[in-house]
Design a protein around this ligand. Structure first.
Ligand code: TYD
Ligand code: MG
Length: 455
């Protein structure tokens, strides 16, 4: 029989696993990041344990009513899929200073007002600092308990003793377990800590939130492994210098992952933005070329955003292109479509695309918005400000159908838009809607006709 491996090596940056130590990680090319981890032999122990394990059928499992706890922050509840599921482990990731601690403290405040026992464990801030933050946020109920601790073994005991309903761990990267020798924040420590918390969550039916910092590349620091282990992954994103923040569900075992929650950071903490479209469109310039409103679905909600484009003659051999808030390659592709199908000299132009408001939009439905913004800037024709558009653009320049067209149009109508450019196929499937003029287009040429004739 082959000898069982007693240890493996992991890259601390990306979690790459290898049997040998290496100087450079073949996956992420980082130097000197491999650490050794011992593998424990468990076969004997498992054989003993397996005797007491029973399998079960779905019918035999009883559903418990009211398993979800509402946080009363409706944007957060929506992203979680309708509230916190008992015994779930939720990872909240985001850049430093984006507002993760603030959001979770606000969540704790609401839960403590509902007389739920909450334990907030911080490994980053002192009790004094938490108090200062809490004072800005408002009044707290008396069922919120605080603890400054980074030793996971102690935390485990405290949780067992106090039996809270909800636990917040402010930053998993500061936690360490004495059974693992590497430094806090390393792959092994973070994995060990998350594993322990997972056991607590499932075993004691406690919902646990963990905060994870994000590296420059935008993933939860070091270990992607973390994402596989937890039930729900939420990312808090947005421009630190602007006041709005977007909470996005990336993985959710108990709900949809497409939902987003929009918040605004003010002096007294985060406020929910109930009408993201209005918010995103505030400050839209009038009669400017290269600006158009497009509609994208974020989960169950249509959100209207302003797509801006600036196309100008390039002074260098290789034109410059940037895309903020949308996929760069998609923009290049759409410009190639315009060049090939409409004969516009895009390859001689620099192009800058921006989705105003700092939100990231990756739904193909905003393709038409990008195309119209590009053409509007290229031809210097402003697009009527009461016009919105949506539709996916294919490689032959055809405008393809998108889902839930009606809901998008109704949202546009609610915000006072009077004209909508949409795929012809989607239009045919629609009942007529009063108060808004619908222009079904088959391809990009038609769409461009619409904007040029409309002015
Ligand atoms: P924080 O929650 O500490 O970020 P994270 O935990 O993600 O690192 O948020 C800190 C930022 O939020 C900081 O720049 C100050 C700002 N802030 C406000 O603008 N208003 C407030 O009421 C609070 C508490 C913070
Ligand atoms: Mg923090």
């Amino acid at each position: 029989m082959a000898k069982a491996k007693s240890s493996v090596f992991f890259c601390q940056e990306c979690g790459y696993e290898s049997a040998k130590w290496m100087g450079q990680c073949p996956a992420c090319h980082a130097w000197n990041t491999f650490v050794e981890e011992k593998l424990e032999k468990t076969t004997q122990a498992v054989k003993k344990l397996v005797k007491d394990v029973n399998v079960t059928t779905l019918d035999a499992i009883k559903m418990q009513e009211g398993q979800r706890i509402k946080t009363e922050i409706s944007e957060l509840d929506r992203v979680l899929g309708g509230g916190i599921v008992k015994g779930s482990l939720v990872l909240v990731g985001g850049d430093p200073g984006i507002g993760k601690s603030t959001l979770l403290l606000q969540c704790c405040r609401n839960l403590s007002e509902q007389k739920k026992k909450v334990l907030y464990i911080s490994g980053e801030e002192s009790l004094q600092q938490i108090k200062i933050r809490a004072k800005r946020i408002g009044e707290f109920g008396d069922s919120l308990f605080l603890l400054c601790e980074t030793n996971l073994d102690i935390i485990q005991e405290v949780i067992k003793k106090e039996k809270p309903e909800i636990v917040v761990i402010d930053s998993i990267q500061t936690m360490y377990s004495e059974s693992v020798t590497s430094a806090p924040g390393s792959v092994s420590q973070v994995r060990e800590a998350t594993g322990t918390l997972m056991q607590i969550a499932k075993g004691m039916e406690i919902s646990i939130f963990i905060v994870g910092h994000v590296t420059k590349e935008g993933v939860v620091a070091g270990p992607r492994v973390l994402e596989h282990m937890v039930d729900t992954v939420l990312y808090f994103e947005g421009d630190r210098h602007a006041s709005y923040r977007i909470l996005r569900g990336v993985k959710n075992r108990f709900g949809s992952t497409n939902e987003i929650g929009v918040f605004e950071m003010r002096e007294d903490g985060l406020h929910e933005v109930e009408n993201p479209s209005e918010y995103m469109l505030s400050g839209k310039p009038k009669d400017a070329s290269g600006s158009v409103v497009a509609c994208s679905m974020e989960g169950t909600r249509p959100i209207l955003v302003e797509v801006q484009a600036l196309v100008c003659h390039s002074n260098f051999g290789i034109p410059r292109r940037t895309a903020a808030g949308t996929d760069f390659n998609r923009v290049n592709l759409l410009m190639a479509v315009l060049e090939k199908r409409l004969g516009l000299q895009m390859s001689a132009c620099d192009a800058y695309i921006n989705i105003a408001g700092g939100i990231k939009m990756n739904e193909p439905a905003i393709d038409l918005g990008i195309v119209l913004a590009l053409v509007s800037s290229y031809k210097e024709v402003p697009i009527d400000e009461k016009t919105i558009c949506f539709g996916e653009v294919g490689l032959s320049g055809e405008v393809r159908a998108v889902s839930v067209a009606e809901q998008r149009i109704l949202e546009a109508k609610r915000l006072g838009f009077t004209r909508c450019i949409l795929p012809k196929v989607s239009l045919q499937a629609l009942k007529s809607i009063d108060g808004i003029h619908l222009d079904g287009v088959e391809n990009v040429q038609d769409a461009i006709q619409c904007i040029c004739n409309g002015n």
